[in-house]
Design a protein around this ligand. Structure first.
Ligand SMILES: [Zn+2]
Ligand SMILES: [Zn+2]
Length: 380
């Protein structure tokens, strides 16, 4: 190992203004030169790691920028995002896989993840609800318990791998030939094959099953929340873990409520007379109707807050957001003769004349009428 870290550009033998294309070429060239399968020098492995590290950093625009400004402390030290280090990779094979964009390794026998989308109502999202999902997935065959053999029959040593469960494969790449050890395709790594295949699963060890699974939708879920139910995906190969079930939650729109964070938002209408004089109205909440006080002189657009009537914090202490009621002052559009007369009297007391149909220009009356209720007294 070198004690002092060498300059990444020097390692790859390129200039600081090299294009990404040049960088790639230089990486291939240097990696080829130092790959331990081809270069038997004692320090080839270290040089190879060095080349890789340099490429990992310089091919990432953000890390490259940090390196250009701060040098090694920028990418390795406290000053910047730390370099994960070569050890983060599984070995040489992984680096080639990542460079060539395809993995030749056999994935571990973990089962596939499943995804499911469900919609819940606004209220169910607020308080949580158990939901039953029906899903079809691959499960371990019940008849052979995944052994693939018809119950009561023997297994024999696999002829492909001679019971080893693994086979060596030679792979030709840009860098030369590599040997890879993979799980035996004939016996799927078991080392054994069956004499008589299980009749139910035709020797596959797995079977398609439709299951109903109950999932608890937690209180406070929002539109787009993704829930993970561990182990409810498809079964893994023998010894492999089952996959997970991902439940994407969609929250339906509600005709009364909408949501902002954990607060519930709604609009309530207030008659202009009540807005002027004050009073009490009843509004819907998630917990049922609630009375709220309307203060005298309430303006349209005023917000009334009902503490803790909102949505519980998901996974939290059960503390809830608030409900915010936007008050909309409503002007009656039909008046009896008596009501019209009272309003005219009221207008007079405000010193407003020309009220009523046909008096002056429509626009002017409207504005003055409005002013009488919500105009200059705003500051009080
Ligand atoms: Zn079976
Ligand atoms: Zn085999």
């Amino acid at each position: 190992m070198t004690t002092r870290k060498r300059d990444y550009y020097e390692i790859l033998a390129i200039g600081r203004n090299a294009t990404p294309e040049d960088l790639k070429k230089a990486f291939r060239k240097q990696a080829l030169k130092f790959h331990p399968d081809r270069n038997k020098d004692a320090d080839a492995g270290d040089r190879f790691k060095e080349v890789n590290e340099a490429y990992q950093v310089l091919s990432d625009p953000q890390r490259k920028a940090q390196y250009d400004r701060f040098g090694h402390t920028g990418v390795n030290g406290q000053a910047g995002r730390g370099f994960d280090g070569f050890e983060g990779f599984g070995g040489f094979g992984d680096i080639f896989d990542s460079f060539f964009g395809g993995s030749t390794r056999q994935a571990p026998n973990r089962g596939a993840d499943l995804e499911f989308r469900i919609n819940v109502s606004f209220r169910d999202a607020a308080f949580g609800v158990p939901r039953e999902l029906e899903l079809t997935r691959m499960e371990r065959c019940e008849r052979c318990d995944g052994t693939r053999a018809e119950p009561g029959t023997d297994t024999v040593e696999c002829r492909t791998c001679h019971g080893e469960g693994r086979v060596r494969r030679t792979q030709r790449t840009f860098f030369g030939q590599f040997q890879q050890v993979t799980s035996c395709p004939t016996c799927q790594g078991e080392g054994q094959t069956v004499k008589v295949a299980c009749k139910k699963c035709s020797g596959r060890g797995i079977e398609r099953k439709t299951r109903r699974i109950e999932v608890q939708i937690p209180a406070g879920v929002d539109n787009g929340t993704k829930l993970i139910v561990r182990g409810e995906g498809e079964t893994g190969g023998r010894g492999g873990q089952s996959g997970d079930l991902y439940v994407h939650v969609g929250v339906e729109r509600d005709k009364t409520f909408s949501r902002r964070g954990n607060d519930v938002i709604m609009t309530a209408e207030v008659n202009m007379v009540m807005a002027a004089l004050g009073g009490v109205i009843s509004v819907e909440t998630l917990d049922g109707p609630r009375d709220i006080e309307i203060k005298p002189g309430t303006q349209s657009g005023a917000i009334s807050r009902i503490k803790s009537a909102g949505i519980p914090r998901m996974g939290g202490s059960g503390r809830r957001g608030d409900q915010l009621v936007e008050l909309k002052v409503v002007t009656p559009n039909k008046l009896s003769d008596r009501q019209a007369e009272l309003l005219r009297e009221l207008a007079e007391s405000f010193g407003i004349d020309n009220v009523g149909p046909g008096a002056g220009s429509g626009q002017g009356i409207f504005n003055r009428f409005k002013d009488a209720f919500r105009g200059e007294d705003d500051s009080s």
